[in-house]
Each structure stands twice: as structure tokens, then as C-alpha cells.
Design a protein around this ligand. Structure first.
Ligand code: ATP
Ligand code: MG
Length: 289
């Protein structure tokens, strides 16, 4: 089913974070959203799974008006569009298996979730998801002891447990070194191609968007200023998105993270990383609506 955004707008006080965005996304597309820091990328993504509510406009998925969902219907929608975050949002003290099985919370009743008892079938699904991501050997380790790249793969495995129609990723590789960034992007791309799951990912580097996404959406000041394949990203298009013609002119103050150049070090020092709310996974998956 097709995802349709119509005149989607989100204001925070006087600030318009996302302004009149109209987009159609077909099932199975791999879409990269790029733009300077503050362009509205995260707000757009968060509106898709209703972590943020639009001020006006509409989101439709097939015949369903996503903007009007509440209660169980909204929980089902959140299950259908699993979200992956820059800081992984795992529960560090819990083992990898348990973290992955938390992805099932929206499939079960609140009572069962609170009891934290998982079925044999769920355990098998979790192992299959970990194998899919090539990290099954970490299953019994506390998630916090894994490398960043492994943790992000655990987060992807957790997302797969939701059996989603769509994966929404907010800068999934911004905290990773280039090798782990490649492993994570390869995993997302592989899931997109093999399972046909739509992937919409915010990315802070143009190179990554070009390499992995068949469709790139460029945002500037809340608006979509580019929408097309990587080949169509001309110098003018780059200028419209970033305000500079040569992406090498961008620096850390302009994008959310430093641009990673070939062989360079991790893009955002951990010390500057946004704080992690360890309860976030539980809130996102199990919050009463
Ligand atoms: N909860 C909020 N309250 C107030 N303003 C907000 C809130 N969330 C976002 N904004 C503002 O909306 C604008 C868009 O923010 P958003 O986080 O969507 O940008 P972004 O493109 O994801 O940036 P970054 O690349 O830094 O992650 C910014 O000006 C930001 O300050
Ligand atoms: Mg953001």
C-alpha cells in the first residue's frame, strides 16, 4: 500500500519544523531524507509513526487516515512502521535476546507484556532475526557490552520482530565508524530488497544517500526542495538542499553531524551524542495510548 503525505505541517510555537510536505511513497522503496541540521527530517519521520502529531495535513496509508488513528489502531500502525534511532535505544543491561523480543510488545496484550514472558515461537523468531543480521553469537550478552554497529543491528533485529511493513530510521549510522556504518546500511538495503520492506531513512551524508537510496528527498527549512533519484542530484539541487554547491564545504555546524569522508573517524563524538532515554524502547512500544 502506498504512503501518501498531503500538505503535512508541524509547528512548534512559531517555528515551522515541517511545512506543507506532499509526498507519495510506493511499497518497497528505499528513500533517503537529507538536509541540514534543523531542516525537519526527524520531525517528518516522527510524524509518520505518530511519535509527533502534525499541526495540519494528512498521512494516508492505502485507505487508512493515519492522522486520525488512536488506541489499538494506532498501536497497530506503530507496529507496521518500526523505528530505528541514532542511539539504538536498547536497554543496555538486558541481554540481546530480551532486547530483540521487546519488538513483540505491540503484538501482545499489556498484561502479557508486563509479565515479560516470551513464548517459544517468539524466542525462535528472535534467534532468526539475530541470524538474519549476523549477530546470533551475541544473544546472551548484555546489549550495552556490544559495539555500536552490533547494537544497531540488534535494534534492526528488534524492528524486524514487529514484522513491519516499513522501517523508519533516524540517522541510523551517525554514531558509527565507517565500517560499522557500511554493515548497518548494507543490512537495511538487504532487508529492503529481500523482504520488500519500505525503508525511509534520514541520513547526514550525501554519499551514503547516493550509494544506497533509489530515491532521495532533500529538505530545507521544513520544505521538500528535492525529490528524485541520485543521478538527478545536480550541483543546483545540492545547493537548494544545503545552501552550498560542494558538499565538502559543509561542516559540523551545518549538518547534524560532521560529514564522513573516506577513511575518516566516527562522525559524531560520543560525548556530543544526544542523551539516551533507556526507557524509550519500552515507552515507544508499550506506552498506553
Ligand atoms: N520538540 C520540539 N520543540 C521545539 N522545537 C522543535 C522540537 N523538535 C524540533 N524542533 C525544531 O524544529 C526544527 C526541525 O527539527 P528536526 O529535529 O526535525 O530537524 P532535523 O532535520 O532532524 O535536524 P538534525 O539533522 O539536527 O537532526 C528545528 O528548528 C528544531 O529546533
Ligand atoms: Mg534529526
Amino acid at each position: 500500500m502506498r504512503l501518501e503525505l498531503k500538505d503535512l505541517t508541524r509547528q512548534f510555537g512559531k517555528k515551522t519544523a515541517v511545512q506543507s510536505v506532499t509526498l507519495n511513497i510506493a511499497p518497497g522503496e528505499m528513500v533517503g531524507v537529507i538536509g541540514r541540521s534543523g531542516a525537519g527530517k526527524s520531525t517528518l519521520l516522527r510524524m509518520l509513526n505518530r511519535l509527533a502529531d502534525p499541526t495540519s495535513g494528512q498521512i494516508r496509508f492505502g485507505d487508512v487516515d493515519i492522522t486520525r488513528l488512536s488506541g489499538a489502531a494506532l498501536r497497530h500502525w506503530r507496529r507496521d512502521c518500526a523505528m530505528i534511532f541514532q542511539q539504538f535505544n536498547l536497554v543496555p543491561r538486558l541481554d540481546v535476546m530480551t532486547n530483540v523480543m521487546l519488538g513483540r510488545l505491540n503484538h501482545r496484550s499489556t498484561a502479557l507484556s508486563l509479565l515479560n514472558i516470551f513464548t517459544r515461537e517468539e524466542r525462535l523468531l528472535a534467534i532468526a532475526a539475530l541470524e538474519r543480521l549476523g549477530i546470533e553469537q551475541t544473544a546472551l550478552q548484555p546489549a550495552g557490552t556490544l559495539s555500536g554497529g552490533q547494537q544497531q543491528r540488534v535494534a534492526i533485529a528488534r524492528a524486524l520482530m514487529q514484522q513491519p511493513k516499513m522501517l523508519l530510521a533516524d540517522e541510523p549510522i551517525a554514531s558509527l565508524d565507517p565500517l560499522n556504518a557500511k554493515i548497518v546500511m548494507d543490512s537495511l538495503s538487504d532487508i529492503n530488497r529481500r523482504e520488500g520492506i519500505t525503508v525511509i531513512t534520514n541520513l547526514h551524508t550525501l554519499d551514503t544517500a547516493r550509494a544506497y537510496c533509489e530515491r532521495i528527498i532533500g529538505m530545507s527549512e521544513g520544505r521538500v526542495v528535492f525529490d528524485g533519484p541520485p543521478q538527478a542530484l545536480t550541483a543546483e539541487a545540492v545547493h537548494a538542499i544545503y545552501g552550498v554547491t560542494d558538499p565538502a564545504q559543509l561542516d559540523e555546524s551545518m549538518t547534524s553531524t560532521a560529514l564522513s569522508r573516506a577513511g575518516s573517524e566516527p562522525v559524531r563524538p560520543q560525548s556530543e551524542a544526544r542523551p539516551v532515554d533507556v526507557m524509550q524502547p519500552l515507552k515507544a512500544y508499550a506506552a498506553p495510548l
